[in-house]
Design a protein around this ligand. Sequence first.
Ligand code: KIV
Length: 277
Amino acid sequence: MKKTIPDFIRMKQDGEKISMLTAYDYPSAQWVEEAGVDTILVGDSVGMVVLGYDSTVPVTMEEMLHHTKAVRRGAAETFVVVDMPFMSYATLELAIMNAGRLIKEGGADAVKLEGGINVASIVQDLTRAGIPVVGHIGLTPQTANQLGGFKVQGRDLNSAKQLVKDGQALEKAGAFLLVLEAIPRQVAAQISNGLTIPTIGIGAGIDCDGQVLVFHDILGLFDRFKPKFVKQYASLGQDAVKAIQKFHEEVKTSQFPAEEHTFSLSDGVIQKLYGNK
Ligand code: KIV
């Protein structure tokens, strides 16, 4: 049964961990739902692992909508969170309009946006407008350049304290879930223990209330780089290349198609066909 926001809050209260995995299209959404994962994130990581961009920055609203609709069709019974792409929430007006499109046209259950205190007023307005919001602090890929690159955040006292304040501001603004990316586990624990909303870690240690990873990373479908926090559970990319090589060889050596992949005429029709020649 599809989880709801009160379910996620209850899971935190009961100490039941929350699983979240990204999905970007119909088959991946179907597999994630079939595996029983609690919630799907249509991440703007789609830009890197599916569309081949160098970062998440170029991802557009139209691309997010396109992928969200496919995920919704594949996972009707799973709570779907969708990333708002870079610059789509630069002003309150843009945020309301674009978040509304992801919910109404895309079929999303909630939207996620990156930032702490600086986006709290946007989170508040979206929540007031009836749009459920997930926060995302720590390493925020859309603004990684401002953070000095793809680096662990919150390593010194001041930045750790700032992350705690950011988490509190987002909860106060109405966020119902908070993604913590690439921060020391002790900082993540402090944030998680101080909030009533659940935290979902990615490279933030075991004390978060749940964990999220990228579909292509856990299945070995993306090998441009592999962050320390990724655990790879399968090597489907390598399996795919082997299978495709086999197809290629079998075409070249006329081993494919075999009889079982071939349609044939009945003997009577064959005789008439050749007889009429
Ligand atoms: O875009 C994404 O996949 C994300 C996760 C890394 C949390 O934001």
